[in-house]
Design a protein around this ligand. Structure first.
Ligand code: HEC
Length: 135
């Protein structure tokens, strides 16, 4: 079998350039944190808080949720369905949260969060806000 040794690096370099261009264009769309926070309070604030040590609401505290294992906050009574998902290794990334808030009951059937948001722009704002309180 012949392995092409020459030029093998070129497509790779091109891929990096493309990746850089993509992330560059993403950063150009300025993150409006005030709008993101307002959207969070509107969409999620009835049931969730991000204040440290705040009393529990209907849903778990979402401070630091990005990178957190699902159903892992001590003291919150999660559904068996969400606990099972966490047990199988579900960790909340921006992408997973996007799928979750698109339709929580569809993403993980049997959970206690009845929520769906069809507007990708609103989901993106909420996720940006969660990222800002997860650093
Ligand atoms: C009507 C109340 C309600 C609303 C509105 C709501 N949630 Fe929830 N959320 C819950 C409940 C209850 C749970 C726990 C679900 C379970 O145990 O099955 C939950 C769980 C979560 C979790 C999992 C956290 C963990 O520790 O595993 C995330 C992430 C989350 N919600 C994000 C959001 C976001 C973002 C919004 C707004 C776009 C939102 N939720 C709106 C009630 C709500």
């Amino acid at each position: 079998m012949r392995i092409a040794r020459y030029g093998g690096g070129l497509p790779f370099a091109a891929a990096i350039v493309v990746a850089l261009l993509w992330s560059g264009s993403g950063m150009a769309s300025a993150v409006d944190l005030a709008a993101a926070e307002a959207q969070f309070h509107k969409s999620c604030g009835t049931c969730h808080t991000v204040e440290a040590n705040a009393p529990l609401r209907q849903g778990p505290n979402l401070r630091g949720v990005i990178g957190r294992k699902a159903a892992s906050l001590p003291g919150f009574a999660y559904s068996d369905a969400l606990k099972a998902a966490g047990g199988k290794g579900l960790v909340w990334t921006p992408d997973k949260i996007d799928q979750w808030i698109t339709d929580a009951g569809k993403f993980i059937p049997g959970v206690n969060m009845m929520y769906h948001q069809a507007d990708p722009a609103k989901r993106q704002l909420v996720i940006q806000y969660l990222e800002s309180v997860s650093k």
